[in-house]
Ligand binder design. Structure first.
Ligand SMILES: Nc1ncnc2c1ncn2[C@@H]1O[C@H](COP(=O)(O)OP(=O)(O)O)[C@@H](O)[C@H]1O
Ligand SMILES: [Mg+2]
Length: 405
């Protein structure tokens, strides 16, 4: 059987040996080269054309990030995984994203995380380039093929357009198809995910921030609350309790990276569109849901916002447009919406003031309380697009079953 060929670029001997030994026992992986600096890395990679190269960010001679950028540009069939220390500044993130380097691991690197990442990147590359000599991951791999839309960020040009209503209902709908759904509320000020789900979080996102260093899953897990449907909620700080600092790109990506290891779907509710935290979540997402309202000023905002996303190089395939509070008025018909937005609309969610209003006030999602309403059907359609099976009544007999009856 063919192997996933890996090159390791790490200048510290101890770290290099550690990475090597973490990969050594795997029958589907073979380390074909080791580099001690960025230049050696470039030489080895162009000579061996590995499936995956692991590159430490701060390598000597040629900086690791610079080497990674060059490989991504010149040899796009080689999968690049950057190894970060966790103390990289913003500049590194920007460079990484601009160079299209999306895969990274922060130190200390655990064997599980390393293997998952190597196999994932090899699978992505194999699919994209159909390379000979690359095989899909072994069936025993923890994740033979990563599901497509795992991290989903909900954003929109304006507040009050229904992001949080959609995020909460979508998460609950996805919980029918998966037991591993996380919902993250990135609104540092006045996040209301917890309220809309009637959970009283003991700890929140605010507890993660003081002295934010390298973060791992256990730390994130310790501040999450469980909703009766099985959705794990990372709640925003309670209003008025937060001191006003911001969520950096690094924090957001670290949180999402940690969650990605343990959840099948991660739904991220965001605040203002232009916050660094919102942009960080969008960059890290497989899918960006853009929520726009139905009246003309909101549609015009929506059009401009979508245009800006494309100008900022967000790939069109990653973007889905949701029109919320859709009404088939005589001024704007639902078919005209796409023409105005100049973008395909994935789903239109009708307006239902009574149901949505009471669902918000009671802290109960309409997806669970009112299965047959048009708003619910629209949400289930959205969930189904992400997770086949989400629109079906849940049949599983797990411990959450009774809550869904
Ligand atoms: N489809 C809908 N029908 C009726 N009211 C809605 C609908 N979607 C949202 N709303 C109302 O709009 C308000 C704002 O929604 P919210 O999700 O908090 O917006 P955002 O998170 O984008 O600021 C909610 O309190 C809810 O009452
Ligand atoms: Mg909101």
């Amino acid at each position: 059987m063919d192997h996933i060929n890996v090159i390791i670029a790490e200048n510290e001997l101890g770290e290099r040996e550690k990475l090597k030994s973490q990969l050594a026992g795997e029958s589907d992986i073979q380390v074909v080269g080791e580099a001690r600096d960025g230049k050696e890395c470039l030489d080895l990679v162009s000579r061996h054309r590995p499936d995956v190269v692991l590159i430490k960010e701060d390598l000597p001679v040629v900086n690791g990030l610079a080497a990674a950028e060059q490989i991504s540009t010149d040899l796009p069939d080689v999968g690049v995984i950057l190894i970060l220390t966790g103390s990289e500044g913003q500049e590194v993130w920007h460079k990484m994203l601009r160079a299209g380097i999306k895969e990274f691991i922060t130190r200390p690197v655990t064997a599980d995380r390393l293997l998952e990442e190597v196999r994932k990147v090899a699978a992505i590359q194999a699919k994209a380039f159909k390379r000979a000599g690359t095989t899909p991951p072994t069936p025993t791999a923890a994740q033979p093929e990563a599901p497509k839309h795992r991290v989903v960020t909900i954003t929109g040009p304006r507040g009050g357009c229904g992001k949080t209503v959609i995020a909460t209902n979508l998460a609950v709908a996805l919980a029918r198809a998966s037991e591993k759904v996380a919902l993250v509320d990135l609104n540092l000020w006045g996040g209301d995910v917890a309220m809309l789900l009637d959970v009283s979080p003991k700890r929140t996102l605010g507890d993660l921030l003081p002295g934010f260093g390298g973060i791992d899953y256990d730390v994130v897990d310790s501040v999450m609350s469980k909703h009766p449907t099985g959705v794990s909620v990372l709640a925003a700080p309670l209003t008025g309790t937060f001191d006003g600092s911001t969520l950096s790109r690094y924090m957001v990506q670290s949180i999402l990276e940690a969650l990605r290891e343990h959840y099948e779907y991660i739904i991220v509710d965001t605040g203002y569109a232009n916050l660094e935290s919102t942009l960080a979540a969008m960059d890290y997402s497989d899918l960006i849901l853009v929520v726009v309202g139905m009246d003309l000023p909101r549609l015009r905002d929506g059009k401009l916002y979508l245009k800006n996303l494309l100008a900022a190089n967000y790939p069109k395939e990653k973007i889905r447009v949701i029109v919320n509070r859709a009404t088939n008025s005589k001024e704007i018909s639902s078919t005209e919406v796409e023409t105005i937005l100049e973008f395909p609309v994935t789903v239109q969610i009708p307006s239902d003031d009574a149901l949505v209003g009471s669902s918000v006030n009671l802290g109960q999602t309409f997806v669970s309380s009112s299965p047959n309403k048009p708003v619910t059907r629209a949400l289930l359609e959205l969930a189904e697009a992400m997770a086949p099976g989400a629109s079906l009544e849940k049949k599983r007999t797990g411990r959450w079953f009774s809550f869904l009856q």
